[in-house]
Ligand binder design. Structure first.
Ligand SMILES: [Zn+2]
Ligand SMILES: [Zn+2]
Length: 151
């Protein structure tokens, strides 16, 4: 099932919601602020065409990579390399290949930064586009789900 993580507009914490046409609000666990959500039957089947929070249709995809874990692993490898003559870096590199290359792709809404996991049409969603991001964030442009292409 698709998992939705929206950012609380009040305190900035992540609010997890599972798509359901019955869910009308997502409540923040931290500050109890309620954010209206609009789920459709499409969302219930894992298809992402429209953002349930801001109702925009522009998303980008990226790897579900946890930066903090990556940095922590790097520090551990750096410390261990003193005794292992750098072998720990090779291990880290191998782990990176095995673990992180396999990480699933997530989709993110340009407008409200809501994160979507287990999206069934993830292959239709392009990677991050700077120009689209700038125009959506700074000039409130709506691409309406059309990917900006350069010719
Ligand atoms: Zn909150
Ligand atoms: Zn959105």
């Amino acid at each position: 099932m698709m998992e939705v993580t929206l950012t609380c507009s009040e305190c900035g914490s992540g609010v997890h919601v599972l798509p359901s046409t019955e869910a009308k609000i997502a409540k923040c666990d931290v500050c109890e602020k309620e954010t209206p959500v609009h789920f459709s039957e499409e969302h219930e089947t894992g298809i992402l065409k429209q953002c349930p929070c801001c109702e925009r249709k522009d998303f980008y995809s990226q790897k579900d990579f946890n930066r903090k874990i990556g940095v922590a692993l790097f520090i551990v490898a750096a410390i261990l390399s003193i005794w292992t003559y750098g072998i720990s870096f090779l291990v880290l590199y191998a782990m990176d290949l095995i673990l992180f290359r396999k990480l699933s792709q997530i989709a993110i809404c340009y407008k409200c930064n809501t994160i979507f996991r287990n999206v069934s049409n993830i292959k239709e969603i392009y990677g991050f586009n700077h120009e689209m991001n700038d125009r959506i964030v700074y000039s409130d442009h709506d691409f309406n789900g059309k990917q900006l292409e350069h010719h």
